[in-house]
Design a protein around this ligand. Structure first.
Ligand code: FAD
Length: 443
């Protein structure tokens, strides 16, 4: 009897409850990854995410091979492929770790029903969030809309469980299951190959993720509270793509930080990730719909394509914005403080709909996440849950003075950017506030 483990956003062998459950059964284990670009409602991956996925899958295949487990790659609709591969592998038990987007959950429920009706054992596990979205509820049983009480409620729940070790090697299976060739998926860009900066910045995969975590808890965590807001200090963990792709589990990160007696501030940031998923659970169309419906009346002017292009390319003449947008293009990452500044600039100085910025981030971030990305965009735009007050317009010049006082960050990414903004910051701020007043009076 064989077991099938269906990998999704959990590209690791350590602290992977689905993999451990399969290994614990004894018998052969087959692993599967499905590139599903057909199921309705599942958001297609952006370019930088596809690049990451390619390399992370290659690394996962190596980690599984060491355990005697083949990784089968298949492309197509998961509802068709998972039962097909289970049959080819002669598996009578199928395991996976849960995912939390609404369309993904529909797919998983349908597959579970089908497999069970054919007499298979199917089990799913909590692995990607410390607190599954529906386990944290208000007194009246609903979702939280404000972070602080949400996080307090999380802390009143049982402490996050300890991470599981990697499983022992599995027995070799007898069935040979056909697999795609990873290169044929063409997840990496070819002509032009714009991913050189990504390759220089990152080594995707679980072993590198573990080394990165060790480095951070050893030498970054102690200074995190003080230095985290200054992009020039490179003082944050850079773990977001590791968590996005599940190369590290949040349980591992949590316990390593606690053991190192790390600042609670870092743990609170992990809490924001939990809160974004909690919010997506309540509002499945977080990426397309304003959480505050009065924002549907926001008087967006006609889209200024030139301004949008300047923003994307880091040529706005606002040094901190340009530095951030170029860091993003070059590395697939951007410091959190700068993400807030560039997002505020797009929405409140260029008066461009937050959804357009969100889509650009979706395409260019290696950590682009179906919950955190739209959640944070709505937070900055003021249309979201627990949002920044609508009248808060980050002044990018002041932000640079305060958080990049020695211009380390700006000089690194946009040394040539002069203070010659493509729009008048004061005037556009006033226009934004007028537009926000219209929204407010429409309430
Ligand atoms: P650290 O400061 O070391 O934080 C540790 C971890 O906490 C991060 O890796 C991340 O998993 C989590 N975290 C920290 N801040 C937040 C936050 N505000 N919301 C959710 N989780 C958080 N984060 C993503 O993971 N994916 C996204 O697509 C994403 N899009 C964003 C878009 C905008 C407009 C803004 C303002 C923020 C966005 N963030 C997103 C949140 C945050 O900017 C990144 O998580 C953070 O910069 C990652 O760097 P780090 O790992 O060094 O963070």
């Amino acid at each position: 009897r064989a077991s099938l483990v269906w990998f999704r956003d959990d590209l690791r062998v350590t602290d992977n409850p689905a993999l451990s459950a399969a290994a614990a059964r004894g018998g052969a284990v087959v692993a599967l990854y499905v590139l599903d670009e057909e199921s309705e409602g599942i958001r297609p991956l952006g370019g930088a995410a596809r690049w990451w996925l390619h390399h992370s899958l290659a690394s996962l295949a190596g980690g599984l091979r060491d355990l005697g487990i083949p990784l089968v790659l298949r492309r197509g609709q998961a509802t068709r492929i998972v039962p097909e591969v289970a049959a080819q592998a002669e598996a009578d038990a199928i395991f996976w770790n849960r995912r939390y987007g609404a369309p993904e959950r529909l797919v998983d429920a349908e597959i579970k029903r089908r497999l069970r009706s054919e007499g298979n054992q199917v089990a799913s596990f909590a692995a990607s969030l410390l607190h599954e979205p529906w386990t944290v509820t208000t007194g009246s049983g609903g979702h939280y809309s404000v972070f602080t009480p949400f996080w307090r409620a999380c802390q009143n729940r049982p402490a996050p469980r300890a991470p599981l070790p990697a499983p022992p090697s599995a027995a070799a299976g007898s069935a040979r299951v056909p697999s795609d060739d990873l290169d044929d998926w063409q997840l990496r860009p070819h002509a032009p190959d714009w991913a050189g900066g990504l390759a220089e910045t990152w080594e995707p995969g679980e072993p590198a993720a573990r080394r990165q975590l060790q480095r951070f808890v050893r030498s970054g965590l102690a200074d995190y509270d003080r230095a985290r807001d200054e992009p020039g200090l490179e003082a944050t963990s850079m773990l977001s793509p590791r968590l996005r792709w599940g190369e590290l589990s949040p349980f591992t990160v949590w316990h390593e930080a606690v053991a190192a007696e790390g600042g609670s501030r870092f743990l609170t940031e992990l809490g924001w990730r939990e809160f974004a998923w909690h919010t997506l659970d309540r509002f499945p169309d977080l990426a397309t719909r304003n959480l505050r419906p009065e924002f549907d009346r926001f008087p967006w002017p006609c889209l200024d394509e030139d301004a949008l292009r300047a923003w994307r390319r880091g040529r706005t003449g606002v040094p901190l914005v340009d530095a951030g947008m170029r860091e993003l293009w070059e590395t697939g990452h951007m410091h959190n403080r700068v993400r807030m500044v560039v997002a505020s600039f797009l929405v409140k100085n260029l008066l461009i709909d937050w959804r357009i910025g969100e889509q650009w981030f979706w395409d260019t971030l290696v950590d682009a996440d179906a919950a955190s990305n739209p959640f944070n965009w709505q937070w900055v735009a003021g249309s979201g849950a627990d949002a920044a007050p609508y009248f808060r317009v980050f002044n990018p010049v002041r932000q640079a003075e305060k958080f990049d006082p020695q211009r380390r960050y700006i000089d690194r990414w946009a040394a040539d950017s002069r203070d010659e903004p493509i729009v008048d910051l004061r005037e556009t701020r006033r226009a934004a506030l007028r537009a926000y007043d219209e929204v407010k009076s429409a309430r």
